[in-house]
Design a protein around this ligand. Structure first.
Ligand code: GYE
Length: 337
């Protein structure tokens, strides 16, 4: 009796150790569970996923969605967090290639610099599906599909909403000074959200971006940048933050400096996280443009479809909306991230 109990404990311990494997470079890796999904060869599908990091509320919701969906789909997920460093993502992808996973997926921290490693995956016969962010590669066959949002459209939505809001508040023919806090330099959402905003504003010469810096998509970054903006003493009417976390950081900086967020400076940001909604309900944020992080189920479906020989669309786009502060309290209970 005693002996079999001991055996059981040892077996359980070994099992636990095996499921919390570590990469050679020290990044954490976790495995999925559930009813196993199998590829055409009958083996459980193994998916290597390299995540950007844990920089924002959006990102942590995205990670949860992917981990849960892999479990539900019975896909064995090798998950790796790159802490916003491209070199960590490249190392993770190389590790997935060495482990001979069935599919590689990743959310690229920046758009460029992927040609070599994706060529290695291609040569190893491992298909790649991008989630969330796009890459800029010479050979389009280096990835099969992108599952994610239209960031340019998000930037346009933000600009159009703010334009109308300011017009309604008597700024139709007045100068509007805009401060912009951008996302990670060189990332698809930072490039495209800016492009979207500019697409709309180029036809409105009274709107000027007077301050513009990156906050790297984090609260701390947003706060720091806003502090620096306020110190310049420049007049600011509107803040356009590329995500909610940076807006929330900027709101903190404004409050500490005695500036009324949402009133003295009108604010719009992108993501529509719970944190963003709470800031709207507190009257400190004027509007959020939605960017949906719950991409897990679509990714698992795409992995299965692709391995079953189906052709995936080149871009699987996410459906999104926009939420001004006056609907925040009503919509908040329905928000999932
Ligand atoms: O908006 C931001 C996150 O790539 C869409 O990354 C994503 C962005 C998101 O850090 O909060």
């Amino acid at each position: 009796m005693k002996r079999s109990l001991k055996l059981l404990v040892i077996t359980a311990a070994l099992f636990a150790l095996a499921s919390v494997g570590l990469f050679a470079n020290g990044q954490k890796e976790s495995a999925g569970a559930g009813t196993a999904a199998s590829s055409s060869s009958g083996k459980t599908i193994v998916l290597g996923f390299s995540q950007v990091g844990a920089e924002s509320e959006w990102r942590t919701a995205n990670t949860r969605s992917i981990q849960q969906a892999a479990k539900d789909a019975g896909i064995d997920l090798k998950f790796s967090d790159a802490q916003q460093q491209q070199q960590n993502q490249i190392a993770a992808i190389r590790s997935f290639i060495a482990q001979k996973v069935d599919v590689i997926s990743f959310s690229p921290v920046v758009t460029t610099g992927w040609d070599a490693v994706l060529q290695e995956a291609k040569s190893a016969g491992i298909p790649v599906i991008l989630t969330d962010r796009a890459v800029d590669v010479k050979d389009p066959s280096l990835y099969v599909s992108l599952i994610g949002s239209d960031f340019t459209l998000e930037g346009e939505r933000a600009a159009n909403w703010m334009l109308k809001f300011m017009d309604d508040h008597g700024y139709a023919n007045k100068e509007v000074s805009v401060a912009e806090i951008e996302g990670t330099v060189g990332s698809a959402p930072a490039i495209d959200r800016k492009k979207g905003w500019d697409n709309v504003m180029k036809d409105h010469s009274n709107w000027k971006i007077v301050l513009d810096q990156t906050g790297d998509f984090t609260r701390a970054g947003g706060k720091q940048v806003m502090e620096a903006f306020l110190k310049t003493g420049k007049h600011i009417d509107v803040l356009f933050a590329h995500n909610d976390d940076m807006a929330i950081g900027a709101i903190e900086a404004m409050k500490e400096a005695g500036v009324n967020p949402g009133k003295d400076i009108r604010i719009i940001s992108i993501d529509a996280t719970k944190g963003g909604f709470q800031a709207m309900m507190a009257g400190e944020l004027n509007c959020v443009v939605e960017c949906n992080p719950l991409l897990g189920p679509q990714l698992m479906q795409a992995v299965k479809d692709m391995l079953a020989g189906k052709t995936l669309p080149r871009w699987i786009k996410t459906n999104e909306g926009i939420f001004p502060a006056d609907v925040a309290a009503k919509v908040f209970p329905t928000r999932q991230y």
